[in-house]
Design a protein around this ligand. Structure first.
Ligand code: PFF
Length: 451
């Protein structure tokens, strides 16, 4: 696409909802949510997360889509344009930059985990049996200890992602999401039913929903809010970029509601399925990033037809991760093509190469470079911490300030086109509650500096 080409729009409203759900639903729901819940002790994390989705996530999702559509361009130029329209400083353009570059940081470790998924899909397809919990753990440790294997699958995953972005927004991204998302819902539902039949669904339910106030620590609260941002793809320009391809007739509020609901449901369903199976096999819920990679192969090994179900499951997790990863590259590529007039394919592959290099360092942080730590965290954890617990919430805060306090109310109303009462409700939540919640979480974390 050259700089002068007219911008595309999604084929219809459902296409926008599906691709944005495609961005939101990904490794965050199926890999990160269960392992974070397990590592943070369970229900307090889940409840703070749900609260954050309602008070912070949904209002911000609407605000980001609003800026994207109003600005009608990549996140940097959309921010600049909307700032100008509202008589605000061009420095707001920086917010677009933070998102666009932050998304590439996320992609560098996201792609490594995407690579684990492809590796496990390959293992499941080749009938590798995992008979005991010890074997499951050893299998995962062996993957992390092998830099070449990690780099190989990271490369495969990233190439798949960049390949779609290089083909363009409508023919690539939309078509991929339309095919993949419905299949993912179906297999997740099947796994929850299976978890209910052979697993310990009751224990999973209590673990996730029995509120235990003593679990509330600064760390739990901050990571739960961070996860709400991560899971809804907020603060990174992804939703803004997708919103810029949305036609003017679609209702931002209604679309956002469905996106947030679907994303939250997928996370909760994945959590229930995984914990019922984890507990039934006497596995450790707090085992960290390896949780699904240790629990599920064991389950598939002991399930009739497990080889097919296992392969299919990892294939769909791959789809989910893929559609999210696409939305992490698109904002920057959109900027390069629109601003510099570079051909989309060149922009996509060039960006992919830079991300690949950082991803290689992430692969090495599990083995050859594991001694290199900052605050006790390896590069993988540092990048995750920096993006989800610092950059995303801060950039979300800035977006809430911008839409709530800097934009003229008339322009906001014009774009969001809601009747008076629901508009006022959303606008006030965004202006006061969302901002207050983010600030409070940071203050709470500072006052509770637990490790
Ligand atoms: N929401 C995605 C997930 O849950 O896996 C991850 C993600 C995508 C985060 C896009 C941020 C983003 F901009």
């Amino acid at each position: 696409m050259s700089a002068a080409a007219p911008r595309s729009t999604w084929s219809n409203r459902w296409a926008f909802i599906l691709v944005t759900i495609g961005s939101a639903v990904g490794l965050g729901n199926i890999w990160r949510f269960p392992y974070m819940t397990g590592a943070q002790g369970g229900s307090a994390f889940v409840l703070v997360y749900l609260l954050c989705v309602a008070l912070v996530g949904l209002p911000l999702l609407m605000a980001e889509i609003l800026i994207g559509r109003r600005g009608g361009g990549n996140p940097v130029s959309a921010m600049l344009k909307v700032a100008e329209e509202n008589g605000a400083s061009p420095w707001w353009g920086l917010l677009g930059w933070i998102g666009v570059l932050g998304a590439l940081l996320i992609l560098s470790f996201y792609s490594v985990v995407g690579g684990w998924v492809v590796d496990y899909m390959y293992q499941a397809g080749s009938g590798v049996a995992v008979a005991t919990p010890e074997a499951a753990k050893q299998g995962f440790d062996a993957l992390l200890a092998d830099p070449l294997r990690l780099v190989f699958w990271h490369t495969v995953f990233l190439a798949l992602t960049v390949g779609v972005v290089a083909r363009g927004v409508i023919s690539g991204i939309e078509r991929a999401s339309l095919l993949m998302m419905p299949a993912l819902f179906a297999i997740l539902l099947f796994l929850v039913l299976w978890g209910g039949m052979v697993g310990d669904l009751r224990a999973a339910w209590h673990f996730m929903f029995d509120f235990k106030p003593e679990q509330l620590t600064g760390q739990v609260v901050l990571s739960a809010m961070g996860h709400a941002f991560f899971s809804l793809s907020l603060g990174m320009g992804a939703v803004m970029a997708y919103g810029s391809y949305l036609d003017k007739q679609s209702s931002i509020a209604r679309n956002s509601f469905w996106i947030a609901l679907a994303d939250t449901l997928v996370g909760l369903l994945a959590g229930l399925a995984i914990f019922s199976l984890t507990f039934a096999h006497g596995l450790e819920a707090g085992s960290g990033p390896g949780l699904i990679f240790q629990t599920l192969p064991l389950v598939f090994t002991h399930m009739p037809g497990g080889r097919v179900v296992g392969t299919l499951f990892f294939l769909l997790v791959l789809f989910a991760a893929w559609t999210s990863a696409i939305s992490l590259v698109e904002p920057f590529v959109a900027w390069v093509t629109e601003r510099l007039g570079v051909h989309r394919a060149i922009a996509a592959w060039g960006t992919g190469f830079a991300v690949w290099l950082l991803g290689v360092a992430v692969c090495l942080s599990f083995n050859d470079w594991s001694g290199w730590k900052l605050f006790g965290l390896n590069l993988f954890d540092q990048l995750d911490y920096l993006t989800s617990r610092v950059i995303m919430p801060l950039s979300g805060l800035a977006i809430a300030l911008f839409v709530g306090w800097i934009m003229r109310q008339k322009n906001v109303r014009d774009e969001i086109s809601l009747p008076v009462a629901p508009f006022q409700l959303w606008w006030r939540v965004l202006r006061y509650l969302t901002i207050l919640a983010i600030v409070l979480v940071f203050v709470y974390r500072l006052l509770n500096p637990d490790p």
